[in-house]
Design a protein around this ligand. Structure first.
Ligand SMILES: *Cc1c(COP(=O)(O)O)cnc(C)c1O
Length: 407
């Protein structure tokens, strides 16, 4: 066995350069440990985490509930095979469907797989119930994942020409433009798929009237309405699911990120009447794996017992009023979002600099675009954490050198 001696930071970074395939620009630090709202790097620097593992660490870092579930389940049964039911699979499916207003659950490990599953179900519905219709309408600026089909569903302009040929059958229409969506419907359309708050696209919400219209179009033509709640679900927006803000139910909902609080887990939920797959058409080695199911059960239980959804709403309001105050002194505009899925705009290009200064000051924040800062902290965040975040942000703005042109 190759024994790795404990490497120092500099050596770790050199080794990363040598051995880790380049897919992302990452800062020159190496994360080593996490607890609650904080992570520590290999030099012992502490970071207040408002990226939250990319809207994943809903219960904070290394939460006790997840540790206990993993310890107990790994000593009981780790993997049973997708060919058998297992106890945690059934128990979690029952709990998840009972709180979500849906009937049936399919489990996978990543958001892309959950969406891939929703796309397949929509096409199956088209094949069985809509004379072979297969087209899916999605939104410009949306994000649905990085598999080939979910990249094709995604409405990112930069991805348009990438990895051609794309998976056929996706039409993109602008958000909150019901006429454009209506115009895109043909007898080949089997579904409309939307995020209720576009997370990666810079935190843009769908309007209530628009969503109501989408529901109506789908009902009129028998098409599926799919909500990608991978980022918005599990309490993130101050409701357990974002669709509760609108009072409009989907036919299919996908979940990921916060559902596993850091453990790879995702789900596609649907109604009984769309339980359409034949054996072999959908599955996966890790579908409903006992370890993941036990984690999902523990995370959801913790979320409900600690009323973290309510905390997301309260702390979201705190952050928004703090940002409004900061905006009197600094170039902050378009403060937006729901619950703890928040963003604001800064002058074009300043977001990356601001995030880099915050990192030096011990705060992790994310810039999904060069002019947008996104805040997606763990749902356990307290008023004190929010105050600390706002203080660091204030210090960072003071250091930020804005070019004359951008102010
Ligand atoms: C993150 C995300 C995905 C993709 O999830 P992965 O786990 O990265 O595959 C899909 N849709 C939305 C809305 C997301 O935020």
């Amino acid at each position: 066995m190759i024994q790795m001696e404990k490497m120092k930071t500099e050596q770790l970074l050199e080794t990363a350069d040598k051995s880790v395939l380049f897919t992302a620009k990452r800062p020159n630090i190496v994360m080593e440990r996490g607890k609650g709202m904080y992570m520590w790097d290999t030099d012992g620097n502490r970071y207040l985490d408002f990226v939250g593992g990319w809207a994943v660490a809903s219960l904070g870092h290394s939460p006790a509930a997840l540790q206990e579930a993993l310890t107990h389940q790994s000593a009981t049964l780790v993997h049973a095979s997708p060919g058998y039911y297992n106890r945690p699979m059934i128990e979690f499916a029952e709990l998840l469907t009972s709180v979500s207003g849906m009937d049936k659950a399919f489990f996978a490990s990543s958001g892309a797989e959950a969406n891939e599953s929703a796309i397949k179900l929509a096409r199956k519905h088209g094949a069985v119930n809509l004379d072979g219709a297969y087209e899916i309408i999605t939104l410009t600026n949306s994000f649905h994942g990085r598999s080939l089909a979910t990249m094709s569903a995604t409405g990112k302009a930069q991805w348009k020409e990438l990895f051609a040929p794309k998976v056929d059958g996706f039409k993109h229409v602008p958000i909150n433009d019901l006429d454009a969506c209506f115009a895109a419907v043909t007898n080949q359309t089997c579904a409309i798929m939307v995020e209720l708050v576009q997370g990666e696209g810079g935190v843009h919400c769908v309007d209530e009237a628009y969503l109501f219209g989408l529901r109506k179009i789908c009902d009129m033509y028998g098409m599926l309405l799919i909500f990608d709640e991978i980022q918005t679900g599990f309490g993130r927006t101050g409701k357990l699911f974002a669709y509760e803000h609108y009072g409009i139910q989907p036919d299919v909902m996908t979940l990921g990120k916060g559902i596993g609080a850091g453990f790879p887990l995702s789900a596609m939920l649907t109604k009984s009447k769309y339980d359409l797959f034949e054996p072999g058409e959908q599955g996966g080695t890790y579908t409903g794996s006992p370890l993941a199911m036990a984690v999902g059960y523990a995370v959801l239980t913790e979320l409900l017992e600690q009323n973290l959804t309510n905390n997301a709403m309260l702390q979201g309001e705190n952050i928004v009023s703090g940002l409004q105050e900061l905006s009197r002194e600094f170039p902050i505009s378009e403060i937006r979002g729901k619950g703890l899925l928040l963003a604001f705009d800064v002058p074009e290009g300043a977001a990356l600099d601001l995030a880099a200064i915050c990192l030096r000051e011990g705060l992790l924040i994310n810039s999904p675009t060069p002019s947008t800062i996104r805040l997606v902290p763990p749902l356990i965040v307290t008023q004190k954490d929010c105050d600390e975040m706002l203080n660091i942000l204030r210090r960072a703005f003071k250091q930020l050198k804005l070019s004359e042109a951008s102010i």
